[in-house]
Design a protein around this ligand. Structure first.
Ligand SMILES: [Cu+2]
Length: 443
């Protein structure tokens, strides 16, 4: 089935408003078009997305298109555009090249703006999608609220450095902007569940009360083959797609986040949503294999051409700073278009860090020296504490300024962030990179 490419124009207004996370429970939120999450953008590969951002906040903002292979100047970071000031507008124009589940969020004052609800999902359909009985989106978040339902501020017993060190985690777990929803599902059905982790720092170790499911997709769309599992880890920024069901009429269970030790305390088991299975309906779900082909970028052994070291250190001023290769807001080396990149990402620190590369998909070659459980296109991967991840990626012809960083937003803000240039081959030794993103460099 061939899709006629369309131009999809969407107006997004970033603003502050009161949002009801549960009946009678309001929070002073930020969001797009007065809702959390912002409107879900649904499109097809080949379509062009035109987004007109209007900033109605009292502070500057931008939009980063997490996972989309945009041109560098559309990446939404302060490296490539001036932040959109209050009252101003900015137009993003993006051709959609890949099917999958993506998301959008600010890349300005993220620790506040994303925490308060500025995020939304993007679902891009490909020409060959499996058929399911339903396609359900789960945008997960955790808000940190006090007992009056207000976003907490640092205090003497909860000092600013602690949140900077651990990342901001909260107890109000939201699904599509709502606290602990109950979800109705028909018996006998198999559904596609697309998850986005929009939390600042929370790791969701997903479980359906121990019931088996299939992992069918990751950051960059479908896997080759479904992977049977009973739990799946979703770190900040990541997406995962599951095939869920069928269940029997009358069944009821919890979608849970199991405890996960990422180096910031053990955590506890938490309920994300309640699932209630009602009367049966005939199923039309058909999965044909393979779901897609993913050609390996690397055959056999590969020598890394870059080492990225994620670390932290004490700071007199802020308690802790986070670094890449020993620097806060590191300037990475140039990457020539077309040159296969093998990066060794090492994490000698005592916390996990979800590593996110802007604008390009990579394949994970190994985690702590072991091959990953399945091949997938990824843009965010957890680098375990005291461990390492080796990735491969191919810079296609989109030269410009790009970034990689930890997707625990407080860690990125505290320095675990790098920018680098993708350069056309002959430009490798041209003029030095602008440094306006590094005004707060402390070294
Ligand atoms: Cu981190």
């Amino acid at each position: 089935m061939n899709h006629q490419p369309e131009t999809i124009t969407i107006d997004l207004e970033a603003g502050a408003f009161s949002w009801e996370i549960a009946p009678g429970k309001q929070v002073s939120a930020m969001g797009y078009n007065g809702q959390i999450p912002g409107p879900t953008i649904r499109a097809h590969v080949g379509d062009t997305l035109v987004v007109r951002l209007k900033n109605q906040l009292k502070e500057a903002t931008t939009i980063h298109w997490h996972g989309l292979r945009v041109p560098a100047k559309m990446d939404g970071t302060e490296e490539v555009q001036a932040p959109v000031q209050p009252g101003e507008t900015f137009e993003y124009r993006i051709e959609l090249t890949d099917p999958g589940t993506f998301w959008y969020h600010p890349h300005t004052n993220e620790t506040v703006q994303i925490e308060r609800g500025l995020y939304g999902a993007i679902v891009v359909e490909g020409d060959q999608e499996p058929t399911f009985d339903a396609d359900r989106l789960w945008v997960l978040d955790d808000m940190k609220l006090n007992r009056h339902g207000e976003f907490t501020e640092p205090s003497w017993f909860l000092p600013r450095w602690l949140e900077r060190h651990n990342g901001r985690e909260g107890g109000a777990i939201l699904v599509n902007g709502r606290l602990s929803p109950t979800v109705q599902m028909a018996a006998g059905q198999v559904e596609r569940w697309r998850f986005v982790n929009a939390a600042n720092a929370k790791y969701f170790r997903l479980s359906l009360g121990g019931r088996p499911f299939l992992i069918i997709g990751a950051d960059g769309g479908l896997l080759e083959q479904p992977v049977p599992a009973t739990e799946a880890l979703l770190t900040p920024g990541e997406r995962i797609e599951l095939a869920v069901g069928p269940f029997a009429e009358g069944e009821s269970f919890m979608l849970e986040a199991l405890p996960y030790e990422r180096g910031a305390g053990k955590g506890k088991q938490e309920t994300i949503a309640r699932i209630e299975v009602g009367e049966g309906k005939p199923s039309v779900a058909t999965l044909s294999f393979p779901l897609r082909q993913i050609e390996p970028l690397v055959a056999g052994e590969a020598e890394p051409n870059q080492t990225v070291i994620l670390h932290g250190r004490r700071s007199w001023k802020d308690g802790v700073d986070f670094t890449i290769n020993g620097h806060m807001h590191f300037h990475g080396q140039d990457v020539p278009v077309g040159e296969l990149q093998i990066w060794d990402i090492q994490n000698p620190s005592m916390m996990d860090h979800p590593f996110h590369l802007h604008g390009f998909f990579f394949q994970v070659l190994s985690i702590n020296g072991q091959p990953p459980a399945y091949r997938a296109w990824k843009d965010t991967v957890n680098v375990p504490k005291g461990g390492s991840v080796r990735i491969a990626w191919l810079p296609d012809n989109r030269p410009g300024l790009w970034m990689y960083h930890c997707h625990i937003l407080e860690h990125a803000a505290a320095g675990m962030m790098a920018h680098f240039r993708v350069v056309e081959q002959q430009d490798t030794f041209s003029e030095p990179m602008p440094v306006h993103g590094c005004l707060h460099e402390m070294e």
